[in-house]
Write a protein that binds this ligand. Structure first.
Ligand code: AMP
Ligand code: MG
Length: 333
């Protein structure tokens, strides 16, 4: 049976979690809430189940998946850990930080997309943690959207994109952060930022006492997912960086603005947020909603690059155009 079950984000009912875990253990797909965005879960040790994720999302086969754990000890059999990796886990998990580490043989090739590394995270959400614990396996969980679309920040967005291909959606309301996890690479001496996300890099750099590196020329070092256009509504997105002019193509009477600073232009539709955190939390839902309303153009305010702002810049840039380089690197440095 396909469907959605509403669940209390703080106190999920054991019978609901048991039902979802049974689907995962039998190789099915369950969408579940995390603190970042909704995830599309499958048993991360079952290659056939993992394959269903790629099918359902239309995800390129060379884009690996994050394995979600409930306690750091579960990482021991999945990755080669050193004292630095254990210290990071102790400091930042559960939380919106994904670690790329050398993979151990237990990790199926489909999860790694053929890479010698694996990405791991413990989400900070009671429903996700209960589900992972009850399933008793690491859960492969990319964002629960069709590949390339804005990530889902509520259950309705999951149903709109994947309702046909997922057996169950656990609906715990709106997510807290609204953008995906920060991904760092711990496989080399220099720690690399592969994707800015929910964990501000200022906190990581304070912890490590050194700036994070940017993935250099070796394409393999990059998060493969950052090569693709992503996070994009079916409406062209433009960036407004507080200039007095807008791109010429924009017909204000049919366009929407999203951001924090009311702009000096007469947009037909305005979606204003009162903080950078709320902008991050609401940007994907705003994209989807404005698309449904039929606006012709979306103009997004270019946020400051501090805190969650760096990740917000990255997502807006990727929604705007095909980005083949990690341009936030130059935005920041
Ligand atoms: P998603 O779960 O859809 O938000 O995407 C997960 C992100 O983590 C993508 O950008 C992936 O390319 C990245 N990722 C997953 N596994 C690895 C890995 N082994 N090495 C580098 N990046 C990874
Ligand atoms: Mg995604």
């Amino acid at each position: 049976m396909r469907g959605t079950i509403e669940t209390d984000p703080w106190n999920p009912k054991p019978e609901v979690i048991a039902r979802a875990a049974a689907i995962l253990r039998s190789g099915g797909l369950v969408a579940f809430p995390t603190e970042t965005v909704y995830g599309l879960g499958a048993d991360g040790l079952n290659p056939q189940a993992v394959e269903k994720i790629f099918q359902a999302k239309g995800r390129p086969q060379d884009n690996p998946l994050i394995l979600h754990l409930s306690v750091p000890q579960e990482a021991e059999e999945l990755a080669e850990l050193d004292s630095r990796a254990r210290a990071v886990m102790g400091a930042f998990w559960p939380g919106p930080l994904t670690l790329v580490l050398p993979a151990r043989p237990a990790v199926p090739e489909a999860v790694r997309a053929g890479l010698p590394t694996v990405a791991l995270r413990i989400p900070d959400h009671p429903v996700a943690l209960a589900l992972i614990r009850k399933t008793g396996r690491p859960i492969a969980g990319p964002s629960a959207n069709r590949s390339g679309r804005p990530s889902p920040t509520d259950a309705a967005a999951v149903a709109a994109d994947l309702g046909e291909s997922v057996e169950l959606i656990l609906d715990a309301g709106n997510v807290n952060i609204g953008l995906e996890s920060t991904v760092i690479d711990l496989t080399g001496e220099k720690i690399l930022l592969l994707r800015p996300g929910g964990m501000p890099i200022e906190r990581l750099e304070e912890f490590f006492g050194t700036p994070l590196g940017a993935p250099g020329g070796g394409e393999k070092k990059r998060s493969p997912g950052t090569r693709y256009r992503h996070y994009a509504p079916d409406v062209p997105v433009y960036i407004w960086d507080h200039k007095e002019e807008l791109p010429g193509a924009i017909d204000l009477a049919q366009s929407a603005f999203i951001g924090m600073t009311p702009p000096p232009f007469g947009f037909a539709r305005m979606v204003l947020f009162d903080s950078q955190e709320n902008y991050a939390r609401g940007v994907f839902a705003a994209f989807r909603r404005l698309e449904a309303e039929g606006v012709r153009h979306i103009v997004a305010e270019w946020p400051a690059p501090s805190g969650i702002g760096l990740a917000l810049r990255d997502r807006i840039l990727r929604a705007k155009e095909a980005v083949t380089t990690t341009r936030w690197e130059s935005q920041r440095l």
